[in-house]
Design a protein around this ligand. Sequence first.
Ligand code: BES
Ligand code: MN
Ligand code: MN
Length: 463
Amino acid sequence: MEEVQHYIEKNKERFLDELLDLLKIPSISADSKYKGDVAKTAEAVKEHLLNAGAKTAKIFSTKGHPIVYGERIVGEKLPTVLVYGHYDVQPPDPLELWESPPFEPVIKKTKTHPDGAIFARGSCDDKGQLFMHIKALESMDRTGEIPCNLKFIFEGEEEVGSNNLEAFCEEHKDLLSCDVVLISDTSIISNETPSITTGLRGLSYVEVEVTGPSKDLHSGVYGGAVANPINVLTSMIAALHDENKRITIPGFYDDVIELSEKEREAMNQAPYSEEAYKADLKVDDLMGEKGYTTIERTSIRPTLDVNGIWGGYIGEGAKTVLPAKAFAKISMRLVPNQDPEKITRLFTGHFKQMAPASVKVKVTPHHGGKPAVTPTDSPEYQAAAEAMEETFGKKPIPARGGGSIPIVSLFEDILGVKTVLMGFGLDSDDIHSPNEHYGVFNFFQGIRTIPYFYENYARIKKQ
Ligand code: BES
Ligand code: MN
Ligand code: MN
């Protein structure tokens, strides 16, 4: 292991340069204009895998963006780890809010990243974290220390719902067979407080359309007598929460597992400063479900948020118009035991039923995903915890994450294996936002920690 760590130390500069090159390709999965760039990124990832010591690496095309698969099998009797990551990124808009162009990576020092952070779309989510795994493989390969079998699956559709991954897993169960899945696509509490993500929220995402009159009308001639779909939509949305900020959809909370007082107390031990949180977001106050802390509201409680809303006249100046239609995109984050399909059904029924007869309502479901919980008493958790303790000098804290990675539950259902979520980003790294960045320290810390994970995992599984 000393040699592995020494190799990493010696090759840091090149590792970073190679990541910067990867970040220059705009692998935006949501926008078909970038299909070629997504494919080019898949090709680059495949080449990196081969150069790093994978014995085979292949690109599988799908109905959408390609899946990259590679492996390094070292011994029939050794355990097998399947590493998952995604090389696609979110669209960078709004572009004008970026301090440097999203696909021209630069390294800048920040308060939270005094050693510098890489500013680029995908630096943290997830190209930077995926690349740590490739460089960890290279470091183990060159020093002849690979303690278990390694398989890699990197997809290009995570940010648009992993639509083709389920079928791929079903079709390639043997190829993907493994003892555990390892994912670096989550965050730690801070660089001083390492943590391991022990659960993720699920997601139900819908688009709603409210239609009033058959055409846009003069708001003076008709206003006051005809339902305005924007007025109606906004009051319907407002009614989806009560005065305690609980969601009012009947049955919404039925399947939610309430945590015990002891569990809640434990999770609230994690370091958190409300003042710092508010200052970082430049808000004077927070808002959320009554009776729960910020840590709880962003992890163990379900939510409903409007992600976008539009309709009517939004051009320059004033146009007096009573619009025919109004639209909104609404996401619901779900917690363990809630089923996205059931929640989508409950939402649809309720939303249609609450609409006045003066409008028509259409609800279109988008992608969703099941929530996930990962155990803390498993060999993989122990291996990850000891690996982080080695590199951070501190035991990591188990912490639930607020985001979603739908494939975690798919891997469990299809391959019958659990996942360990050993990510190295920070919640403040602005993923999905303008000026996304990833700490240079975090990048190298990931590369240093991953080999320890494999070593520990092989040792624990042998016992
Ligand atoms: N890596 C994130 C999820 C994440 C981020 C989990 C931070 C925990 C902490 C992932 O790429 C993501 O953005 N997922 C989407 C869901 C998907 C279905 C589009 C999300 O959470 O919105
Ligand atoms: Mn991600
Ligand atoms: Mn993401």
